[in-house]
Ligand binder design. Sequence first.
Ligand code: PMP
Length: 458
Amino acid sequence: MDASPGLSDQYRTRLERIRQREDAAFRERVPASLSLAGRARRTMPGGVPTPWMAGFYRTPVLWVSHGRGPSFTDVDGNTYLDFNVGDVSSVLGYAHPRLTEVIGAQAARGVQLFLPVEAAFGVCEQLRLRFGLPQWQFTLSATTANTEALRIARFATGRQGVLLFGGKYHGQLQETLWSAEGPADRLVPESTGLEAPPPGLAVVDFNDLAAAERVLRRERTAAVLIEGVLTNCGTVLPDAGFLPGLREACTRTGTLLVMDETHTQFDLYGGAVRHYAVTPDLVTGGKGIAGGIPIGVHGMTDAVADVVGSNIADELGSTVGLALGGTLFANALSLACAEVVLTELMTPAEHERTARLGGLLADGIETAVRSRGLDWRAHRFGARSGYCLLPELPRNAREAHLGTDPLFADTRRVFFANRGVWDAISSSGPHVGFAHEEADVATYLGVLDDFLTEMCAG
Ligand code: PMP
């Protein structure tokens, strides 16, 4: 990530000074975490149980003891008010008493039965109410929901191609980890260890309907996979005609429209699908739907469901079916938790409340920067907020990257951490969760005030 043109050299120098001091203070505060990190390097590559636990941060790895409500506590006893909310995987908050009760009750009845449990009906109904699609399937993560959705789309259409949008992230599935570069839109891998780009893959700019139409007109694309609002490069909202235009182009060219609601479903009730009144062929999601217990979901129209339902593989091989499913998919614990979370805890009223707090957070960020003469904006989409270090909000990922700055993001994070607030990872912005109250937003904004005062004071 390059430096933003919105951050002057004067601020940059001050940030470097703050960063050095705060990094040293952070190390002082976490001796037990440092010691566990040393021990972990003997049994876990990179000293972490999974790479993301190190890769998202430039501070030493924080080892956690427990969480409660909107906060978690590290092994050194430092408590953090959490505005990263596990990148919306822990958006419900920690140790919710109702979820704890459901987990206990389901544990006593068996967490994994390898056969359907009736909680599935309640989850399907809640997802239908949110996204309008009548039929649902379950996996263990949003990545695997997207894997299944693309496989279904390819089989249903008899095509291989997938159309994606720059700045997207849909999980670690190989067919989505590519970016387009240069005037010829050459596909380049975003990670190492990938094979060749899948046939027919195309990546165009978000909000560029004409470019999307050019790809779809070739009629080689099985699916358009898109977040209605980009959320992994800050927040990028769709132009007024973009999503309706895409829907129309998909229908005209026999392409399936797959909307990834993994993040946006927690920004507003019914996510981008409901907010922008889109009618996709498939919807995918996961993360916090079951309160942090692993789950992925993908919904579909009756027409797509017919294709899936009539291609279920027979174990003896008499029917060669679609390569879908997994041993622990739709396990009893995931479904029991999702049913209660969606029915009782993430109600429309609670979504309204978190979206209102998200608006307060975005307003507060914008007021804090503008009152210091910084011509910056706050991202906002319901409960989601964030920093845009330029006067105009971005319309695509290229513009979004110009409005972010790693030095600003990393310095802010460590400054906040040392004052008991865990800020968002740098690809996203602070997010209000279901355990937050208005006072928590005020706490965040108070620390931001101190941070900006020091950055601007010299
Ligand atoms: N879709 C989107 C939009 C995401 O942001 C992510 C993860 N950040 C995923 C899918 C994949 O989620 P998971 O890592 O839980 O499989």
